[in-house]
Each structure stands twice: as C-alpha cells, then as structure tokens.
Design a protein around this ligand. Sequence first.
Ligand code: SF4
Ligand code: SF4
Ligand code: SF4
Length: 311
Amino acid sequence: MAEKAILFDTSRCTGCHACQIACKCWNVLPSPTRLNENTFSGTHQNPPDLNGATRLIMTYSEADGALPNKPVAWAFGRRSCQHCTDAPCASICPSGTLYVHEESGMVTVDASKCVACHYCVTACPFDVPRYNGMQGKVNKCTGCVDRIEQGIAPACVSTCQPEALSFGDRDEMLAEAEKRLAMLKSRGYEHAVIYGAEEIGGLHVIQVFKYGVEAHGQVLDPKVSPITTLTNIMKPVTGVVAGATVIGLAVMFGLAAGYKRDKLAYNAETEDTISLETGEVIKHGDGQDTESVKEHITCNLPIGKKGGDHE
Ligand code: SF4
Ligand code: SF4
Ligand code: SF4
C-alpha cells in the first residue's frame, strides 16, 4: 500500500459539521449536549476545542480583506491530528500506544497500551492528543486505519458532500492540492497556500488554505519542542542505566540467595556465627556481656545522663 493522505480544500468546505459527526458515529464517541453551556460566544465552533471524546472539530474564523469586493469571509479550519511523518507523539510514547501505521503512514492509536504519562500531549506541536479522564487514556484521531485496511476512506472523508475532503495516495493528494492552489491563485486569492508538504517531515493531512495559514487557525511553521528531541536522545542512555540497574539487582539477588543457602548457627555464649557444613566461624561475636553493652549505649546517648555516672 502506498503512503496515504487526507486532502482538505478549505475553498470547498461549507462548514456543515458532517465530518465531525461522522467521526463521532464511526468511532462510537459520546457527544455531551451541554458542553458549550457557559462558553458559547457566538461561534458555530462546537465544542470550543478538542477533548477526550472529540477527535475532530471544524473551526470558524473570519478572514479580513479576502477580496476587494468581499471584505470579510468565512475561513473554515480542521482541528485534528495532522499525521506527521516525524511524529513526535509516537517517538516519545514509552508504551507504543501511538505508532505509525506502516502501510499508510497515518499515526494511529492502541489505547489499551496507554499508561497516561501525558508525554504525547506535551510533545505535539499542534496540541492534538487529549486525556480522557473517564477512561484514563489518551484519545486522538486514529486516521481511521481500521477503514483504510478494508480499502475505504476515513469516515470524515466519506461523508463530506462538497468533496472538501478527499483521500488517496499522498503523491496524488499533493498533485491535486497544487491544481486547486493554481485555481485559487487564478481567481485572485493571493494568500492561498498548501500546508503539509514539508511540515514536521511532511504531514498526511494536506490542506489548501484559501486565505493563508493563520487565517484558517493553523500553526505557522510548527516545530518539534527541544525537550521532546532531548528526551528522545536520552532514551538510549536511560535504557543503559535502567539495564545496568536491573543487572546489578540480579547480581545482588544471586549473592543474597547464595548467602541464604549456607546453613548457619549462632552461638549465644560466644556470639559467633558458625557454618554448620564446615564448622568455620563465619562472623566473630564481640564477646561483650549485656551489662557492658548497656553501659556503652548509655554513655553515647545524646541527652540525659551522658557521661554523668561513668566519667
Ligand atoms: S480520520 Fe477517522 S478518527 Fe480521524 S478525524 Fe476522520 S473520522 Fe475521525
Ligand atoms: S499532529 Fe500531533 S498527535 Fe498528530 S501525529 Fe503530529 S504530533 Fe502526533
Ligand atoms: S463535511 Fe466537508 S463541507 Fe462539511 S464541514 Fe466537514 S469538510 Fe466542511
């Protein structure tokens, strides 16, 4: 299977939300109806942001000065996973929960492995993975690899009526994006641009922004955080240290087990420890009687009668 990609052409989007709902339906994700109760601010964006049960939202922004005869226009956006080639979420995930689906290049999820460390949440330059407190797992778009493996497009793509969303081989999606960009430029949309060809090693969601990157609410020039890079560099070192600790513990366990296997006896009179097998004294007692031990302890007390009766 060739590398795949979703193409999102903002110039064809009508902001109908159908993709968002299809994602919920296919992935059996709940939709709390009162999420916007205290936050509604006059926008069609609902819910206001991604959450533990919402893998995709459409965003609604206004683009100023779009064309001379069109001073304000809708700039629809798609907030979801970008399926980065050099996916920092997958490289930092210690449990293999987030991983690159080899056949398609999509960055998918095996939630059963999630240990809720939140590393992916901090590593993603697009602020995508969300923690689902009810499940104790991280949630994000899986790329619908369960559908791709059956030869069908992701649910969000299949449902889009004006074909703002398409799915296919990544090379073909990039070529199609170039055609649509040329068409927009020819109509005077001078800020129109393709997004996803190179960012973070190349994304598997290619977008054609009619009014420019920022107008559609997307991250301009996304970067992998230096902390993520450092953590990945340190992985072999921390692996060696962890390995050395395990080996050290194993050696100590072996020695301790060997010691326990010796049959020992204790002579209360001499306070010596003796091997029952060889009769050798393993450890000599100090030969002190109870009274002298008590005197030694009393003399060394930090408070009380220290030294008084005995100096
Ligand atoms: S690819 Fe699948 S999981 Fe991802 S946003 Fe589309 S429908 Fe949702
Ligand atoms: S957009 Fe974020 S969650 Fe998606 S692959 Fe890239 S780093 Fe991972
Ligand atoms: S289904 Fe298509 S037209 Fe409707 S909001 Fe999603 S991308 Fe836009």
